[in-house]
Write a protein that binds this ligand. Structure first.
Ligand code: GLN
Length: 539
């Protein structure tokens, strides 16, 4: 028997609904239940793969190659579990299925409508996740804010689910409670309106979470309860925290986990936070911080590289240090508005994933400087491909060497399209995606980090290092330390003459978890600690 908890949001987006959903899951998991989570995205894209990370944030890749919303990453990290493509439902998927069915003739004679056909398909997909995951609880986050045109069919579908599964569904609503600058007053009116909006379509929330900078005043809480039509004990505050992983514990200490269980008649389950508190402490304890430069072009939002950020924090905490992550805008380096020598101030550098020519010259400059000055470097995906380009140009002397993604006519295509991609016409969901096995070469840095021969990491790319150049690269000291098991593709490269120069075609950040960090990120942070020590020594 599965319980369903639906999380909706009000007033405005970015109130931390994803973190709340993950935290609710964690509170339930801490009580010994099996939990899975679904993110509903009411846009028409079939998946997040074709969206701009500056607007929408990072695309999170699952083991099975789903290009999903970044909230799936939060769920995986909080719940320490792997989710699938199906855990991210979009309007695009729903309509695509219903329209395909209509064309096949499955609805012959019927007028195909939002209710019941679209809503039925939404419910079918939610139940499918419940069935496949075998979870006791499914936490479903409805993206967007109530009142949006796009989310209407989803809200209608979850309203119907409550009717079909009496006693097994809960609605939790989170909305912003702003504080007025002048008077310091906590204002509840926007939240009240968003609850009214929900009730108008037949959903009465069981629990209300106020997103407020600070803890709610007692009177404000009572007012929210009264207007929200819930008891006082059903109102909680999600206030600002230093570490997102603290939120489940904070909400639980307000009584939320017990209250959820009480509503569902699951009284006897006590939470065990021992492991999680240990993890939180590992983030809080360190007094020394290493500084890492993230040299990217999507620097205007922290969400664009969120898994990399988290992976760096996980690795640092496990080595008993903190980490300061600073975004360095490669376009500024490219346009000479920022001198690349700024990188010498950092203990380590990450060249993140990316697409296209914009900012690539800046990244190449950053790689050159980092390589020549022995600064620890981790290159991810496009970061690895550009490291190959940089090495080919500046060490092998191959003028205008490039990836064919940027220059299809380069005389030295050191990075080129994957052979199977030549036939691919569609852009959506057609990259080399998801988890593939990799064989690591004994005696290399990569091997020393993973400490095993066969590893699995997730992928998202169309281009790869051109095998024709591997021998020449190796003769100059750039070696391949990991190959794809099935087709000998370069998956890891490194420079033995450098204190830490490791690049990978994969995205190890997607698998990094608090308390169980990714080996390559541990490697980078460890090397950064060494650099920090030696810098202190010389200064
Ligand atoms: N644009 C590159 C490719 O498609 C790298 C992609 C990435 O960094 N995820 O291969």
């Amino acid at each position: 028997m599965t319980y369903f908890i639906f999380v909706t949001g009000g007033v405005l987006s970015s109130v931390g609904k994803g973190i709340l959903t993950a935290s609710i899951g964690k509170m339930i998991q801490a009580r010994g239940f099996k939990v899975s989570a679904i993110k509903i995205d009411p846009y028409l894209n079939v998946d997040a793969g074709t969206m701009n990370p500056l607007v929408h944030g990072e695309v999170f890749v699952t083991e099975d190659g789903g290009e999903t919303d970044l909230d799936i990453g939060h769920y995986e990290r909080f719940l320490n579990t792997n989710l699938n493509k199906e855990n991210n439902i979009t309007t695009g998927q729903i309509y695509q299925t219903v329209i395909e069915r209509e064309r096949r003739g499955d609805y012959l004679g019927l007028c195909v409508q939002v209710v019941p056909h679209i809503t039925d398909e939404i419910k079918r997909r939610i139940k499918l996740v419940a069935e496949k995951s075998n979870a006791d609880f499914i936490i479903v986050e409805v993206g967007g804010t109530v009142g949006d045109i796009e989310s209407q069919p989803f809200l209608e579908a979850i309203r119907q689910m409550a009717l079909e599964h009496p006693g097994r569904t809960l609605f939790i609503h989170i909305a912003l409670v702003p504080i007025l600058d002048v008077t310091g007053e906590q204002k509840t009116k926007p939240l009240q309106h968003s609850i009214n909006e929900l009730r108008r379509i037949g959903i009465q929330p069981h629990i209300i979470v106020a997103r407020c900078k600070v803890s709610l005043d007692h009177e404000v809480k009572r007012k929210i309860a009264l207007f929200g039509n819930v008891p006082d004990e059903a109102v909680f505050t999600s206030y600002n925290v230093d570490y997102i992983y603290e939120l489940p514990v904070i909400l639980d200490s307000q009584g939320m986990g017990d209250y959820i269980c009480k509503l569902l008649g699951l009284h006897s389950h006590k939470a065990n936070w021992d492991d999680w508190l240990g993890i939180i402490n590992s983030f809080k304890r360190p007094t020394v911080k290493v500084s890492i430069a993230l040299c990217g072009k999507y620097v205007k939002t922290t969400d664009a590289y969120i898994s990399i950020n988290e992976a760096l924090k996980h690795a640092a905490a496990s080595l008993d240090v903190g980490v300061n992550i600073e975004f360095v805008d490669v376009e500024k380096i490219e346009r000479k508005r920022l001198d690349v020598s700024i990188l010498s101030r950092f203990d380590g550098v990450v060249i993140p994933p990316g697409f296209g020519a914009r900012g690539a010259l800046g990244k190449l400059e950053a790689i050159r400087f980092t390589r020549e000055n022995n600064i620890p470097l981790l290159g991810i995906c496009f970061g690895m491909q550009l490291s190959i380009v940089e090495f080919a140009r500046n060490v092998l002397g191959l003028k205008n060497a490039n990836t064919t993604e940027i220059d299809p006519n380069t005389p030295y295509p050191v990075v080129d399209l994957l052979p199977e991609q030549r036939e691919v016409l569609f852009k959506g969901g057609t990259m080399r995606l998801g988890s593939y096995p990799i064989i690591l070469i004994d005696g290399t840095l990569a091997y020393s980090l993973y400490k095993r021969k066969i590893i699995y990491e997730r992928h998202r790319h169309r281009y790869e290092v051109n095998k024709d150049y591997l021998e020449t690269l190796a003769s100059h000291g750039l070696i391949v330390s990991g190959y794809s098991l099935n087709d000998q593709r370069a998956e890891f490269i490194e420079l033995s003459s450098h204190p830490f120069f490791l690049c990978t075609q994969t995205h190890p950040e997607y698998k990094s978890r608090p308390g169980n960090p990714s080996p390559v990120y541990i490697g980078l942070i460890r090397a950064s600690i060494e650099r920090l020590k030696s810098r202190k020594h010389t200064s």
